[in-house]
Design a protein around this ligand. Structure first.
Ligand code: 5SP
Length: 192
């Protein structure tokens, strides 16, 4: 399950730690939290306490403190991830993946962060392919415009974690869309 906190970094506010705390009382599901905020360090403590499983911060706002962020996220029992916006070069995440205390997931945004329902950017697949070739066992997530018509492209490029909003919640049978997305990832020929 993916939960998103938008604040400052993007012009939209969604959900925060209290929602995670409420959900955690009812589920053992992996709660994957993507914090589109300019000050992620300020949220590590509360998200950890609330029961978040993954904590993904943006590389664009963490140039000076990503090592401290990773260390604090892990200390709170969460998996650290780093996200990058469409305009950010993929090279910017390499140091975070190659550090002796690395992030455990890279999230390649396939839309400009901020709002659901946008059009998937196929040109972001170059970033996914590059990452998959360089780091064969890394978790690579894609977010934005994923659904039945775009999943095969993302899966073939090497993405293995899929964020899908509109295509699932807007479907008459959401479970069928989820199965289709999962099947595509499981069966994809990598790096085609
Ligand atoms: O929130 C964002 C981007 O900030 C969205 O990308 C959602 O996370 C996914 O929504 P869809 O694109 O699947 O509607």
């Amino acid at each position: 399950m993916l939960l998103i906190l938008h604040r400052h970094f993007v012009p939209n506010l969604t959900i925060g730690a209290p929602v995670i705390e409420s959900l955690r009382k009812h589920t053992k599901a992996y709660l994957d939290c993507h914090l589109m905020v300019t000050n992620p360090l300020d949220y590590v403590e509360s998200f950890g306490r609330a029961g978040a499983s993954g904590f993904t911060f943006h590389v664009e706002v963490s140039k000076d403190n990503w090592q401290e962020l990773i260390q604090r996220i892990k200390a709170k029992g969460m998996r650290p991830g780093v996200a990058l916006k469409p305009g950010t070069p993929i090279e910017e995440v390499y140091p975070l993946v190659e550090d002796e205390n690395p992030v455990e997931m890279v999230l390649v945004m396939t839309v400009e962060p901020g709002f659901g329902g946008q059009k998937f950017m196929p040109e972001m697949m170059d970033k996914v392919r590059t990452l998959r070739k360089k780091y064969p066992s890394l978790d690579i997530e894609v977010d934005g415009g994923l659904g039945p018509s775009t999943i095969d492209m993302a899966a073939a490029a090497g993405a293995n974690c899929i964020v899908a909003g509109s295509s699932v919640f807007g479907a008459p049978e959401p479970a069928k869309v989820i199965s289709l997305l999962r099947k595509s990832v499981e069966e994809a020929p990598k790096n085609s």
